[in-house]
Design a protein around this ligand. Sequence first.
Ligand code: SF4
Length: 345
Amino acid sequence: MVEIKNLNFEELQNFVQSLGFENYRAKQIAQWIYKKRVKSFDEMTNISKAARKVLSENAKIDVLKLVKVEKSMDGTKKYLFELEDGNRVESVFIPEKDWNTLCVSTQVGCPVGCKFCLTAKDGFTRNLTAAEIVDQYIHVQRDVGEDKRISNVVFMGMGEPFLNFENVKKAVEIMTDKNMLDLSTRKITISTVGVVPGIDRMAKEMNKVKLAISLHATTDEVREKIVPLNRKYPISEIMAALRRYPADNIRRIMIEYVMLEGVNDSVEDAKRLVKLVKGIPVKVNLIPFNSYPGAPFKPSSKEQTEKFQKVLWDHNIAAFIRDSRGQDISAACGMLRTKEKCNRC
Ligand code: SF4
């Protein structure tokens, strides 16, 4: 049984041909799945009954089951999905005034083990398929409705995208193909914790989409305590990869920096960050830490975050303090999944 959302458009054409159908059927099927977001082949009314029967015998459309939705007062919605093997992943819908963003997961759990991350606590189970990544978009778009089109996708949910490069790349192809989800490449951001071979590969194979680096510290000593993968890819190697990366002022690299009180939020840290990114076209996002029960860190104060931001602006580095969205629901990444697991026991 073929999972049809695992196929990019060329593969969909080959699949359709392999079933003995004309080539134009691929476009029709893609429109039903990605534009009308149908759940079954039976809904594809411009395709003959006999052809629909063949399709449903050989392929399936949905691979996720929506288990739970939490809605925040600020409009943020958090989704919990069950995969066919019973594993669960989360996605987050974040509405803004002029656009809507979806944060997708790329793995069940995560092998990276960042110390501030709740997802890391459960360890790693497996990579998501391209279909399981794309299906997060389809399910959420169905739920929020046509008037809230998801224009932006960030690969910042559960998992490290570059440890699942092939499937992430395929999902991006499906999201940006004009016959499929037809999103702008500039509206897609892939966030890595600093997997250097992945950054170099993205530079060659996916450099039209945006790159974000979860840096979170300015010395190896501190970063190793927060992001253990730093032992394999230290800050100097990450910065060297960013200097090789084909970024410019239009496609600036985003530096993600979670503000942890007394750990990485000093003025000295801000000054070191200025030196690290010198000459690289970047934009810095200062992220308030979303705490959770038993978290080993505290969020930095607003005053300290603003001091940090000022140092960056004083050196002409664009730095923004991100809103902490969905505070009245399970805001931290992995929190809804963990909570539901506890509720199930
Ligand atoms: S922050 Fe991201 S990379 Fe780090 S453990 Fe959590 S999901 Fe993995």
